[in-house]
Design a protein around this ligand. Structure first.
Ligand SMILES: Cc1cc2nc3c(=O)[nH]c(=O)nc-3n(C[C@H](O)[C@H](O)[C@H](O)COP(=O)(O)O)c2cc1C
Length: 324
């Protein structure tokens, strides 16, 4: 369900390798502050699920892992729990993850369908979240059967809601990327952060075609989107004050390090954690620990002692000559 030809663009960059770094691997610090919580590493488990079938156990496994490792977590879209209160239980993870950064999630298109500040507050309060991310997903909705097509006027609606909700609110995409016009349009509405959710990882235009037709019938739509690396650079440039999360195809500790060096404050990872989350919290921990260890090695071998120093690293642009 991932992009087949479009990549994150992170492969265009290299971390500068240092043969004699002035660092001690054992003393590398990856901790950061994000939306008022301290995280042991700049990593948030991406928004995935809630409501149906196995989602309660998936969310609890993800939340237990986030608690154990000191990471953050975004819930999947909470629309279902606002419309069917019985579904709320599958989103409630605070009993197993009392200390994590927990972000709720709603589709921004719902703001054109009668949703407002009250719904957002309910989504946050009901699960004890620290804030909430709105997902903007016009391509996913357009490919879906009977998806939401009306995205008009949403910047103003967002501004109204942000003014009326005290908790930190974010805007994210779902894997086709936040573009610079959108970032500019929302930069001053009072959001706390953005998650670029760029192209190169999960392609929702691909997923939705499988769901609807059993196959990909519009392959170019499935491959459309702003590569994650470009989305990070654009968002950082046009919203320098906002907390920036990078997601979309972040698959290794080196990807995490590069995303941060390009301007992100943290990353989010979704798809690679789905299979482990179906299994157990330990399986999620194993996948994440591997990646966090890789991040520490990457930081050590670029000579950066902490995430603030990693932010200042100048990446090398790889020049590919001939067929790559
Ligand atoms: C199974 C699955 C379900 C998802 N559900 C949501 C969702 O409910 N709300 C949302 O904002 N994003 C959702 N996403 C998008 C992710 O949060 C993320 O932005 C995107 O998948 C890119 O990250 P990845 O390449 O690491 O998967 C979902 C992703 C996956 C894989």
């Amino acid at each position: 369900m991932e992009f087949q030809t479009r990549t994150t663009g992170l492969e265009r960059y290299d971390l500068p390798y240092r043969a004699l770094p002035e660092t001690d691997l054992a003393a590398i610090r990856t901790d950061v502050r994000l939306f008022g919580r301290r995280l042991r590493a700049p990593l948030v488990i991406g928004a995935m699920t809630g409501g149906a079938g196995a989602s309660a156990s998936i969310n609890r496994n993800l939340a237990r892992a986030a608690q154990k490792l000191g990471l953050g977590m975004m819930l999947g879209s909470q629309r279902i729990m606002l419309e069917e209160p019985a579904a709320a239980a599958s989103f409630r993870v605070r009993d197993v993850a009392p200390d994590i950064l927990l972000l709720g999630n709603l589709g921004i298109a719902q703001l054109n369908r009668g949703y407002g500040a009250d719904h957002v507050r309910r989504a946050i309060d009901d699960v004890g979240a620290d804030g909430l991310a709105f997902h903007a997903n016009p391509l996913q909705e357009a490919v879906q059967e009977a998806g939401d097509g009306d995205f008009r006027g949403l910047v103003r609606r967002l501004e109204e809601v942000v003014a009326d909700v005290r908790a930190p609110l974010l805007l994210k995409e779902v894997g086709h990327g936040l573009d610079t016009d959108t970032v500019r349009a929302v930069a001053a509405v009072g959001l706390a952060g953005l998650d670029v959710a760029g192209a190169g990882g999960t392609s929702w235009a691909r997923v939705e075609q499988y769901v609807r037709h059993g196959e990909v019938v519009q392959p170019e739509l499935a491959e459309w989107g702003i590569p994650t690396a470009d989305a990070i650079v654009g968002a950082r440039c046009h919203a320098p004050e906002l907390t920036l999360i990078a997601s979309g195809g972040i698959r290794s500790g080196l990807d995490v390090a590069k995303a941060i060096a390009l301007g992100a404050d943290a990353v989010a990872i979704a798809l690679p954690l789905l299979r482990p989350a179906l299994e157990s919290a330990d399986a999620v921990c194993t996948a994440l620990e591997r990646l966090l260890e890789e991040l520490r090695v990457a930081m050590h071998c670029t000579g950066t002692r902490d995430v603030a120093e990693l932010r200042r690293v100048h990446l090398l642009v790889r020049v590919v000559v001939g067929p790559s």
